[in-house]
Design a binder for this molecule. Sequence first.
Ligand code: HEM
Length: 392
Amino acid sequence: MIDAGGLYERYKELQSYVGWTEEDARRVAATATLLEPYLYALIEDFYAEIERHPNARKVITGGAEQIARLKGTLTQWIRDLLSGAYDTTYVTRRWKVGLRHVEIGLEQVYTNVALSRLRTGLVQSLHESWRGAGRDLKETVRSLDKLLDLDLAIIEDAYQAEYAARLQRTERLATLGQVAGGVAHELRNPLNVVKTSVYYLVNARNPTDDKKTEHLRRIERNVELADGVITALSNFARLPLPEMRPIDLESMMREVLELNPPGDRIEVVLNSPPGLPGGLGDASQLRIALGNLVRNARDAMTQGGRLEISLRSEADRVVIEVADSGTGMDEAELVRIMEPLYTTKTRGLGLGLAITRSIIDKNQGTIQVESQSGRGSTFTVRLFAAPVEGDQ
Ligand code: HEM
């Protein structure tokens, strides 16, 4: 819904842009009685033109009743235009024209050309009815022009806002569909494994202890997998505001590596220069963000490789570089890599890097990635350095 106060402020700003003054309002108001006898013909012409254009005509689906209403509405619209009072109610009504048009499916171009036609008609009628000096007529036409331009600006604004809101709704629905599909897919696999193992444990005759343990372990692993999917989703869905505190980056990175072990085939190097200042951020969130980077690096090095994590300070920032010697990415992948639901892996929701980026953003940091296909990738995270004690 629109905020009438904000809309009015916007209108006033646009008025000042076109140089609208009280004098303009007075001049326009003086035309109301002159133009009144022409309104009927102007509206008839307006509607006749709609009739000639199938793309405009097709939005009138309510028959004679709607046509009568439309003509009445338009007559009122012109009377309001010439009323001289351009208050919040006036502007809100103008805005609603755009909204209503989007609702009925009238393309914006038809509003524009219809307004152009109406403008010509109004000016012509003014010429015919004018009894005063030619110079005053010129001034009056200029005022009317400004007013019509302002009306069109507000109507167009409403069109744009409504289109943008609709697009957002559509995109949200599409994303929701994708997420639902991804979650269903990711949960179905582990649940199927659990189901099969439970079936075995319930029905097997005299299973050996080893077999029982094997199935229980499988259940445990797959419940963890399913739990991981849900954790990733809830991390993404509601990321609380970070609690910004000084963080010892080296020990945080050690914890991250412990929580996300890269595996035996990957050589891990952690470079941390002495005297490195602390970072500023929410440690529990950053552990998730950096854990995703470590896991991604691991997944890019299925054949083994080297994971090098380098910490350094840079002006008022601290930098965390996570470099792997894995498969790397080409240009096209690089562009999309942090989009939610984008993944190059056969498994996974594609939320890891999107979560990482969102966490880093909220922690007032930045993240960049460089990569070469076949050579590996480097993710660079920059956070604010924690203020040194006594420095504040
Ligand atoms: C100068 C350009 C135009 C202006 C100023 C204008 C003005 C308006 C206004 C004030 C409304 C009522 C909005 C509300 O419900 O609050 C409206 C509705 C509507 N307009 Fe326009 N309009 C213009 C062009 C057009 C054109 C070219 C068409 C082509 C078919 C059109 C079709 C309609 C229709 C079908 C409705 C809905 C009427 C109803 O069911 O109540 N308009 N318009």
